[in-house]
Design a protein. Structure first.
Length: 319
C-alpha cells in the first residue's frame, strides 16, 4: 500500500475533487485517505484504480458528549485543568518552542473504548464510512492523557485485575489494562468492518502516542498499521531517529496482526516545511523498512513544494 492522507486540498467543486484524486494517482499513490469521501471522489478513484479509505476517529462532538457523558474518557481533575489551560495555547507555535511532539493532554473529548455506548457509536461510524468508501483509517485512537481512562467502568476493571494479582504495582495494572483496551477496540472494529465488507481496507495512523508502550502497534488487528517515523512539527527529527523508529517498528512487526507501514508527516505551512532533499532521505528509509508500503501526510505539502513533489514521485515510481 502506498497511501496519502489529505486534509487541506480544495474540495469545494466536483472538478477540484477529481483533480485531487488525479494528483494522488499521478504521484504514484494507490490509496487515498480522507474525511467523508464523496461519490465524485469515489467514481474518480475507481476510474484510476485508486482505493479510498474514510477517516474514523473516536472524537466526541458536543451533542454526543451532552447525551452520553458516561461514554467519554475521564482524566484526573488535575489533567482536566491542564486540558482547560492548554486550550488557550497556539499549539503549533507552542510545540516548536517547547520541543514537544504531542500535547501533555488532549483538549477535546474522546470516547471510552470500554463503554458499550461508545463502542456502538464507533461501529456506526465504521458502517457509515463503508457505505461509501473502500475502507477505513482509524486516527486518534488513544487516551486523552496518553496512558489511561478514569471512568467508573475502567476503574472497576482495573480493580478486578489488581485483585487477581495483589503484588502487581498499580502503574503496571494501569498500563496493561489500557494497552489491552487499545488492542481490543482495534480487533472489534476490524472484525466489524470485515463483516460489513470482507474486502474492506482497514488501516490507521497510530496516534496519539501511548506513553507506557509507544511500540504497541504490532499488536493491533489491522491490514496495515502506519506508525510515525518523521513528525509534522519542528524541530525535525534527526535522520538517525527516523531510521531507528522505522527499524524498531519493523523489528516488532507481527504479520499475523498487521503489516507495518512507515508514516511520514509534513504539513504545507512554510515554517513547517522540509526540503525535497530531506524528504527524499526519509522516503529512502521508509522504503528500506516498509517492504514497499508507505503513508505520507499530507497531499497539499507535496502539491505546494515542487522539490517535495519531485522527491515523492521519484520514490514512488522507482523499483
Amino acid at each position: 500500500m502506498k497511501a496519502v492522507w489529505d486534509w487541506h486540498m480544495p474540495r469545494k467543486t466536483e472538478d477540484e475533487e477529481r483533480a485531487l484524486v488525479a494528483f494522488a494517482h499521478e504521484l504514484g499513490f494507490d490509496t487515498l485517505i480522507l474525511r467523508t469521501p464523496s461519490p465524485t471522489i469515489m467514481a474518480a478513484a475507481r476510474d484510476l484504480g485508486v482505493k479510498v479509505a474514510a477517516i474514523v476517529t473516536p472524537n466526541a462532538d458536543s451533542a454526543f458528549a451532552q447525551q452520553h457523558p458516561d461514554a467519554l474518557q475521564q482524566m484526573l481533575p488535575a489533567e482536566e485543568a491542564m486540558a482547560e489551560a492548554a486550550r488557550s495555547l497556539a499549539w503549533e507555535s507552542y510545540t516548536m518552542r517547547a520541543h514537544r511532539w504531542f500535547p501533555l493532554v488532549q483538549t477535546w473529548p474522546l470516547l471510552c473504548f470500554e463503554q458499550p455506548t461508545a463502542r456502538a457509536e464507533l461501529k456506526d461510524r465504521v458502517q457509515q464510512a463503508l457505505t461509501v468508501a473502500d475502507g477505513v483509517a482509524f486516527d486518534g485512537f488513544g487516551f486523552a492523557n496518553h496512558y489511561g481512562c478514569f471512568c467508573a467502568q475502567c476503574q472497576s476493571k482495573r480493580q478486578k485485575m489488581a485483585a487477581q494479582d495483589p503484588a502487581r504495582h498499580e502503574a503496571a495494572v494501569m498500563a496493561a489494562m489500557s494497552e489491552a483496551s487499545l488492542v481490543e477496540i482495534s480487533r472489534v472494529l476490524y472484525d466489524h468492518a470485515k463483516a460489513i465488507k470482507p474486502d474492506a481496507l482497514v488501516t490507521n495512523h497510530l496516534w496519539p502516542p501511548f506513553r507506557p508502550n509507544p511500540y504497541y502497534g504490532s499488536r493491533l488487528q489491522l491490514d496495515y498499521c502506519s506508525q510515525t517515523i518523521s513528525w509534522f512539527y519542528k524541530p525535525n527529527w534527526s535522520l538517525a531517529r527516523v531510521e531507528f523508529e522505522a527499524q524498531e517498528m519493523k523489528r516488532l512487526e507481527e504479520p499475523a496482526h498487521n503489516r507495518f507501514v512507515p508514516f511520514i508527516a509534513m504539513f504545507h505551512e512554510p515554517y513547517l516545511a522540509r526540503s525535497g532533499a530531506r524528504i527524499a532521505q526519509e522516503l529512502a528509509i521508509a522504503q528500506r523498512y516498509g517492504d514497499g508500503h508507505l503513508i505520507f501526510c499530507s497531499l497539499k505539502a507535496i502539491h505546494d513544494y515542487p522539490d517535495v513533489y519531485a522527491a515523492v514521485k521519484t520514490a514512488l515510481h522507482s523499483k
